[in-house]
Design a protein around this ligand. Structure first.
Ligand code: MN
Length: 271
C-alpha cells in the first residue's frame, strides 16, 4: 500500500431503503470528491423479488460501473433475507450480486486501501407485526447469539479496523430510544461482537438518526461508534473518512469531539 492510498476517502452511507433517487446523486457527488468505494450499513433495499423495488440494485449498479466505483453492503432487517442467505450460502468473502454491488455476509471481512473491514448484519424490525413472514419479514433478520459469539471468537484472531454493522452495541447512548426488549437484546449481541473483535471504528445505521460516540470495551479500548441516518436525511446519512483515519494501528480515537469538531480525517460533503 502506498501513502497515496492512505489519503483516499471512503464513503459510508446509512439506510437507503431502495431510494435510488437520493443514493445515485450521493454516489455521483462522492465520485467528484475522489471516492472509489461506498460502504452501505444495511437496509440497502435488496428486494429482487418485489417489483418495483427490484430495479434498485441494477440502477445503482449502472452508475457504479460508469464511475468505476464499487459498493459494499451488509444486510439490514429490511431486505429479502431468504434471497441473501441463498446467494451467500458458503461464501467466505463478499458476493457480487450485480456488477460492482457486493453483499458482505455476516462475519465476512474485506479490505479497502489496507483498511480491514468486517460485516455484521441484522437487526429486529419494530414494525414486524405489519409484515408477512416469508414475504417481507423473516425471523433470521436478527444476528443470532451463536453467530455473535462465533464472529467475536474468529475475529479475535485477526485485526479488524472497522466493523460495518446495521445495529450498534449496547454501550451506545442513542438519544430518544424507546425501551424495547428485542432491540436491547440485539444491541447486547452487538456488544459481544465489539468485545471479541475490538475494532477502532463501528459504523452502523438502522435508527434513522445520526449519533457519534466513543465507547470503551471491557478492556478499556476505545471504539468510535458512528450511527448514520437514513437516505432522506441529507449529510446526516453519510460519513466520508480517509483510509488512514480508519486504520486500527496509529492514533486510535482517545476523546469524543465536541459539536462542530469533527475528528481528523473526516470530510463531510455538502448536501
Ligand atoms: Mn433497520
Amino acid at each position: 500500500m502506498t501513502d497515496g492510498h492512505l489519503s483516499k476517502p471512503i464513503l459510508f452511507v446509512g439506510d437507503t431503503h431502495a431510494d435510488a433517487s437520493r443514493l445515485i446523486p450521493r454516489i455521483n457527488r462522492a465520485h467528484d470528491e475522489g471516492v472509489e468505494y461506498v460502504v452501505q450499513v444495511g437496509d440497502f433495499g435488496y428486494w429482487p423479488r418485489h417489483p418495483p423495488l427490484s430495479g434498485f440494485v441494477e440502477q445503482v449498479s449502472r452508475v457504479l460501473v460508469e464511475s468505476s466505483m464499487t459498493l459494499y453492503f451488509v444486510r439490514g432487517n429490511h431486505e429479502d433475507q431468504a434471497e441473501l442467505a441463498r446467494l451467500a450460502a458458503g461464501a467466505t468473502e463478499p458476493v457480487e450480486l450485480a456488477p460492482r454491488v457486493c453483499y458482505v455476509p455476516d462475519g465476512t471481512g474485506f479490505a479497502l486501501y489496507g483498511v480491514r473491514l468486517l460485516g455484521v448484519g441484522g437487526a429486529p424490525s419494530i414494525d414486524r407485526r405489519a409484515r408477512t413472514k416469508g414475504y417481507d419479514w423473516w425471523p433470521a433478520e436478527v444476528l443470532s447469539r451463536r453467530a455473535a459469539n462465533s464472529i467475536g471468537a474468529v475475529a479475535a484472531r485477526t485485526e479488524v479496523d472497522v466493523v460495518v454493522a446495521h445495529d450498534c452495541p449496547a454501550e451506545t447512548d442513542l438519544p430518544g430510544l424507546l425501551p424495547w426488549a428485542a432491540g436491547e437484546r440485539h444491541r447486547r449481541r452487538m456488544s459481544r461482537v465489539l468485545r471479541g473483535v475490538r475494532p477502532a471504528w463501528w459504523i452502523s445505521g438502522h435508527y434513522h438518526l445520526r449519533h457519534s460516540q466513543v465507547v470503551r470495551s471491557r478492556a478499556g479500548e476505545p471504539c468510535r461508534v458512528e450511527v448514520l441516518s437514513h437516505e432522506g436525511d441529507g449529510p446526516r446519512a453519510q460519513l466520508i473518512v480517509e483510509a488512514a483515519a480508519l486504520r486500527r494501528r496509529g492514533d486510535a480515537p482517545q476523546a469524543e469531539p465536541g459539536p462542530g469538531d469533527p475528528p481528523a480525517g473526516i470530510i463531510r460533503l455538502a448536501r
